[in-house]
Design a protein around this ligand. Structure first.
Ligand code: LMR
Length: 397
């Protein structure tokens, strides 16, 4: 059996870390995998997480299985962060929430739920989208189609193209959207565009499926959930995948949440039972550590405030780096306008380079990014900024 399978190439995003670590150039720059980094290039544990862990160490009395839906306090926290404490979908019990192993676990479980409810559904994904969306959704057997999202030559959203294509989506269709900090482009919908998209969903009857992996990295908790809350206010159904990897720095703890907004409380209960049957078949029950921390931090006034400050610090550092990068690139050359980088949000932007230029950056300058020239802005610091700008300008010549 095990002579049948060929060797696969490394994952296009995760494989960059191994290549970067194997590189002996002291000037190497890692702009690959989307993890937050400090000025020193570290990804430290947040202070609020350290304190919550100390609290958990004192109070955790058992390692018995979590309930299949996860830790109730963490589910309440996830729902409140996404929809706001008082949202009608919570009040009317139209919301089914389960804890998942990361945002990826939520995406995969949702894909299975869609496949069960509507086996002939088409899921529309943005071009481009996060590299792992397509494998996660298609492994549940779903049919995928693409809608235009980012215009590479103009470095902005092609909203007319998006609306035109999605006007073909109907009742059987699901449309995958990024709540904020679009991965990989960094280009987010405006509030007016969310409103237009919500009207289109209402007219056409398609179900929005929102991936919110970077809540708080764009403009703030409530601001980044604008589209989620608007759609939940207006539409009968919604799927929401959430991740705490980035905004609580819980990457390896695999802490996420799947939320289904259903037309009624009865439908929400039925979908909850289906989600639990799906996850029982995938991984039985979710891990506890990360979600215990979410529960503690969300419900402790001091830790909650500390978290919001730490999140704001990460967000503001990234937005400062965006401006610094534009200045450094403009200082080196005048042919390409990079000002769009300062206008975008979250960890990522495209530099707009070709694949051969990205390959040259890796092989000649030890500057690592995905082949489509997506960079993790958080990987920039004052020590590598000038070298990065010079290297990019060398390959642009
Ligand atoms: C990324 O896009 O780099 C991150 O979300 C990490 C991942 O799993 O791909």
């Amino acid at each position: 059996m095990f002579t049948e399978l060929p060797l696969l190439p490394a994952d296009p995003i995760l494989g960059l870390s191994a290549a970067y670590h194997a590189d002996t150039n002291p000037d190497k720059v890692d702009l690959g995998v989307g993890v937050y980094k400090t000025e020193q290039g570290n990804t430290p544990i947040l202070g609020c997480v350290k304190q919550a862990e100390a609290e958990l160490f004192k109070t955790e009395a058992s390692k018995v299985y979590t309930p299949p839906a996860g830790i109730p306090g963490a589910n309440r926290a996830a729902a409140a962060l996404a929809f706001g404490e008082e949202h009608t979908v919570i009040h009317d019990q139209r919301l089914a929430t389960i804890q998942t192993p990361g945002g990826s676990g939520a995406l995969r479980a949702a894909a299975e739920l869609i496949a069960k409810a509507r086996p002939d559904a088409t899921v529309w994904v943005s071009t481009p989208t996060w590299g792992n969306h397509i494998p996660l959704l298609s492994s549940a057997g779903l049919t995928l189609k693409e809608y235009p999202y980012y215009n590479f030559s103009q470095q902005r959203i092609d909203f007319d193209g998006m609306l035109n294509t999605l006007s073909q989506a109907g009742k059987n269709d699901v449309v995958l959207l990024h709540a904020c900090c679009h991965n990989p482009s960094g280009a987010d919908l405006t509030q007016a565009q969310w409103q237009q998209l919500t009207s289109l969903a209402s007219e056409q009857g398609f179900t929005p499926f929102i991936d919110m992996a970077y809540q708080g990295f764009g403009d703030g908790i409530a601001e980044d959930a604008y589209g989620v809350r608007l759609m939940a206010d207006t539409l009968p159904e919604l799927i929401l995948a959430m991740s705490f990897s980035k905004n609580l720095g819980l990457y390896r703890e695999r802490t996420g949440s799947l939320n289904i907004v259903a037309p009624s409380a009865t439908a929400a209960s039925a979908n909850l039972s289906q989600m639990l049957s799906i996850t029982r078949g995938l991984y039985s029950m979710p891990p506890a550590h990360g979600s215990s921390l979410v529960d503690i931090i969300y419900h402790d006034r001091t830790l909650h405030a500390q978290w919001l400050q730490e999140l704001a610090d990460m967000r503001e550092r990234i937005s400062g780096l965006r401006q610094q990068l534009v200045t450094a690139l403009n200082h080196q050359q005048q042919h390409t306008d990079f000002s769009f980088i300062a206008e975008q949000r979250g960890m990522f932007s495209f530099l707009g380079l070709s694949e051969p230029q990205v390959t040259r950056l890796k092989s000649e300058f030890s500057v690592y990014m995905t082949d489509n020239s997506r960079i993790n802005i958080a990987g920039v610091n004052s020590g590598n900024l000038e070298y990065l700008a010079q290297s990019v300008c060398q390959v642009l010549r």
